[in-house]
Design a binder for this molecule. Structure first.
Ligand code: ZN
Length: 163
């Protein structure tokens, strides 16, 4: 707890506790944090908004900023261009379906292949047909059950000619 490394009188860090618990660079970083001269009650503050209150929008902007610093941009996550994303988000579909499509296109569906890549212990087979590994392509296109559903829906011909 932070209060344990602040002197009982308040207003300054307790040097011997800091040096006992932390390495010198961490002690230096902690000591650089200013303390109030008078005792005040602790409270949680989200320092990415002027009000100090957490809102999801500010977390999104923080995530995007951090991604940019790493040289990535979210639109590069997938092969779709900006116009295609706009068409998806403006489509007359239920929001949860749009999010599901977005997850598929960003390869965020927990297929067995994706779970194995994250060291989750699962059988490396499609749990529906057991014929091959469950990749996104298998799950939605080549699994015999998926193909039967596409054929039954009458939409199978729409995908002809796609890679
Ligand atoms: Zn299958």
């Amino acid at each position: 707890m932070v209060a344990e490394v602040i002197s009982p009188e308040g207003g300054r860090w307790c040097d011997w506790k800091l040096s006992h618990w932390f390495d010198p660079p961490t002690c230096k970083a902690i000591k650089a944090i200013p303390l109030p001269r008078l005792p005040v009650e602790d409270k949680l503050i989200w320092h990415n908004t002027p009000e100090g209150i957490f809102i999801v929008k500010s977390a999104y902007h923080l995530a995007v900023t951090l991604d940019r610093r790493k040289g990535r941009w979210w639109s590069e996550v997938s092969w779709m261009d900006k116009a295609s994303w706009i068409r998806l988000w403006e489509a007359n579909l239920p929001p949860k379906l749009k999010v599901f499509v977005w997850k598929i296109l960003n390869r965020m569906i927990p297929t067995t292949e994706a779970l194995i890549a994250k060291d989750v212990l699962v059988l490396p087979r499609c749990p529906v047909c057991w014929a091959e590994s469950e990749t996104l392509e298998h799950l939605f296109l080549s699994c015999p059950v998926a193909r039967a559903l596409w054929d039954y829906s009458g939409l199978a011909s729409l995908g002809e000619g796609l890679p």
